[in-house]
Design a protein around this ligand. Structure first.
Ligand SMILES: Cc1cc2nc3c(=O)[nH]c(=O)nc-3n(C[C@H](O)[C@H](O)[C@H](O)COP(=O)(O)OP(=O)(O)OC[C@H]3O[C@@H](n4cnc5c(N)ncnc54)[C@H](O)[C@@H]3O)c2cc1C
Length: 323
């Protein structure tokens, strides 16, 4: 029986949703490979609440004063120590901005391969990792060699609400990082920038495309988003026109999202947009063109003018909220 480690990214003890998604992938892998599964958490005194009832063999709390905030150099050194002590076959992580920063350094340090931004895997004797390339047009299959492989899963590749439940034990490992030179000092987290939107955590997103026609029409969509307690997403042209800031853009050059509800209004569903939203739980699309590609991924499609549908939806929601 081998060992599988999954890295849990958190912000002051609150686990990132993408880490829970990657953990679901790790659970599947651990079952497929008959491996034990350990969640590795840096810089916490006790295990995060989100992991308390999750199907895991154990939660490993890696502790050092330097691990309370993110630093690529400390994280690499700490994980190197963990890998030496635990000797796992796989290290799984979510593919976050943080992971993009430190996992390649870790891979170099321990001289093992990193297969990044995977959307799944295949197992028939050996393991093959599936990565999307050319903006999702092609799925590339990457075979991994014997020995430790580091893998990151794309946001939305697995569903956090499908996590198996259990009661993991907890273990603590102290690592000494005082000799690690701290040459890289991270600045402020980008989500904390004034007015920034973290769509990856949103439960509901209303995405607006070029079909909205005019910047003025955004007013009623913003109102609808407020009533539906949704974040506002957009396709790229809406950002290019300057109607919404880039932080709202969904897609290959924007954010990857997996909300419970994704309401696409006047979005054609180009591949570059789809790669950012197709893992949403429920996709509802409003588009005038019955042949728009968005309908290929939509669970519910409304072939209509959004300028007629949005006010009707607004009215229906207001009436329901008044009940
Ligand atoms: C390298 C690269 C990266 C890219 N990255 C991204 C990205 O991250 N995100 C992204 O979104 N795009 C990205 N794109 C652009 C992408 O190729 C598409 O051009 C873009 O997604 C189209 O946006 P859209 O659907 O809003 O506009 P359009 O393709 O113009 O579609 C508008 C849709 O609205 C419908 N419509 C029009 N009027 C109405 C109405 N009144 N009511 C209802 N429906 C209506 C039309 O039928 C049409 O389907 C990228 C492109 C490249 C080359």
């Amino acid at each position: 029986m081998g060992k599988l480690l999954t890295f849990i990214q958190h912000q002051e003890g609150k686990v990132a949703r993408t880490s829970l998604e990657a953990l679901r992938g790790a659970q599947e892998l651990a079952t497929t490979l008959d491996h034990t599964l350990t969640a590795v958490v840096f810089g916490l005194e006790s295990g995060p609440a989100e992991l308390a009832n999750i199907q895991l063999d154990e939660v490993l709390l890696v502790q050092a004063p330097e691990l309370t905030t993110y630093s690529s150099e400390y994280f690499v050194a700490a994980m190197e120590a963990v890998l030496k002590a635990e000797i796992p076959h796989l290290l799984i992580s979510s593919h976050t901005y943080q992971a993009r920063d430190w996992l390649p350094r870790l891979a170099c340090r321990v001289e093992r391969p990193l297969v990044s931004d995977c959307v799944g895997y295949e197992h028939d004797g050996g393991l093959t990792w599936i990565r999307q390339v050319f903006q999702g047009k092609i799925s590339a299959k990457v075979e991994s060699s014997e020995g430790l492989v580091i893998v990151s899963f794309q946001s939305g590749a697995y569903r956090a609400d499908e996590l198996g439940s259990g009661s993991p034990s907890q273990r603590t490992m102290e690592v000494r990082l005082s000799a690690v030179p701290a040459r890289v000092r991270p600045g402020d987290r980008f989500q904390e920038a004034k007015g920034a939107v973290d769509l990856s955590r949103a439960e509901r997103i209303i995405a607006v495309g070029r079909g909205v026609g005019d910047e003025e029409n955004l007013t009623m969509i913003k109102e609808l988003a407020k009533t539906l307690q949704s974040e506002l997403g957009s396709s790229r042209p809406v950002v290019d026109y300057g109607w919404l800031p880039h932080e709202h853009q969904v897609g290959s050059s924007g954010q990857t999202v997996s909300p419970r509800l994704y309401l696409a209004l006047g979005v054609s569903g180009a591949i570059q947009h789809q790669v950012g939203m197709k893992n949403s739980d429920c996709i509802v699309a409003v588009n005038k063109d019955v042949n728009a590609p968005i309908f290929e991924v939509a669970d519910y499609g409304i072939v209509a003018d959004l300028l007629e549908i949005v006010p009707r939806l607004q009215k229906a929601l207001e009436e329901r909220n008044a009940d």
